[in-house]
Write a protein that binds this ligand. Structure first.
Ligand SMILES: NC(=O)c1ccc[n+]([C@@H]2O[C@H](COP(=O)([O-])OP(=O)(O)OC[C@H]3O[C@@H](n4cnc5c(N)ncnc54)[C@H](O)[C@@H]3O)[C@@H](O)[C@H]2O)c1
Length: 275
């Protein structure tokens, strides 16, 4: 028996790198999966690929900034598979970082668009999916947040603020709905390398991230997908209201560790001396 036999999962941003891998991982564990994304052709291609692998999946395109579209996607899941047990709020405003650089120069339209995709969208998916979960006796919501919501940085102001809103939404919904059987958690993802990104991300940038990762590699979409499967399944039935970092330990240590590592190594070789 697979972990998610009999469950229906809804994955947003399912045409993207992490979303498509998560839809596959959920289906591999026996879930019937509804995939949704703004990009209809890419969404259809991912869905057809999963179908060709024998998985019971369906898709409906929609814009997460539209309440009507979100209602239609949840209605589609209920109409196609009978309800929603798992909601993976994964769609994200990932293409704005080159303009999300500072507050004095912040185009207010950019701020509003990022909040609308990253914070308002997940809230609306919860608004329409929770009643179905309650009718089925419970469910699991997994919100894909980011390590950027947990610490300060010199860019990505709108993005980080929107993910911090998702963290608060997670804790509030968990508090309100866990007693009724709906668990709500968030994953604070670290840098996740998408197919082809190794070439686009310069080596010296990769080195910066690697020097701060305790697990000595960059993250992959499957790392996030595996945590979604765990949080979706009954294996995590005592876990709710958590913001779980999946980042190879990037945010688990003092900021000085990468710089101090060679100094401490030197001290081990010559005790009592700062090198
Ligand atoms: N890749 C990383 O390093 C990383 C790190 C931390 C958090 N995250 C988060 O993980 C999630 C997935 O990101 P990814 O790396 O797979 O990026 P991605 O760009 O491959 O996927 C994001 C998906 O969201 C969809 N989307 C964007 N706007 C939409 C809209 N208006 N309506 C419907 N769908 C829309 C896109 O079409 C895309 O398919 C995002 O929430 C992102 O913020 C990613």
């Amino acid at each position: 028996m697979a972990l998610l036999d009999g469950k229906v999962a809804l994955v947003t941003g399912a045409a993207g790198s992490i979303g498509s891998e998560t839809a596959l991982a959920l289906a591999e564990q026996g879930a019937r999966v509804v995939l949704t994304d703004l990009r209809a052709p890419e969404l259809s291609a991912v869905t057809e690929r999963l179908k060709s692998q024998g998985h019971d999946v369906a898709c409906k395109a929609g814009d997460i900034t539209s309440e009507d579209d979100i209602r239609a996607v949840v209605d589609f899941a209920v109409g196609t598979f009978g309800g929603v047990d798992v909601l993976d709020n994964n769609a994200g405003a990932t293409g704005f970082s080159s303009r999300d650089l500072d507050i004095p120069d912040m185009p207010v339209e950019l701020w509003d668009q990022v909040q609308s995709i990253n914070a308002r969208g997940p809230m609306l998916f919860c608004k329409y999916a929770i009643p179905s979960m309650l009718a089925r006796g419970g469910g699991s919501i997994v919100n894909i947040s980011s390590g950027q919501s947990l610490s300060g940085d010199v860019s990505n102001f709108a993005y980080a603020s929107s993910k911090a809103a998702v963290n608060a939404l997670t804790r509030h919904l968990a508090t309100a709905y866990s007693p009724k059987g709906v668990r709500v958690n968030a994953i604070a993802a670290g840098l996740i390398i998408q197919p082809g990104m190794e070439q686009r991300l310069p080596a010296h940038i990769q080195e910066i991230f690697l020097s701060h990762c305790l697990v000595p590699r960059l993250g992959t979409p499957r790392d996030i997908a595996n945590m979604v499967v765990f949080l979706a399944s009954d294996l995590s039935s005592y876990v709710t209201g958590q913001i779980l970092s999946v980042d190879g330990g990037f945010t688990a240590h003092l900021p000085s560790v990468a710089d101090m590592r060679p100094i401490i190594e030197g001290m081990r070789k010559a005790p009592g001396q700062w090198t």
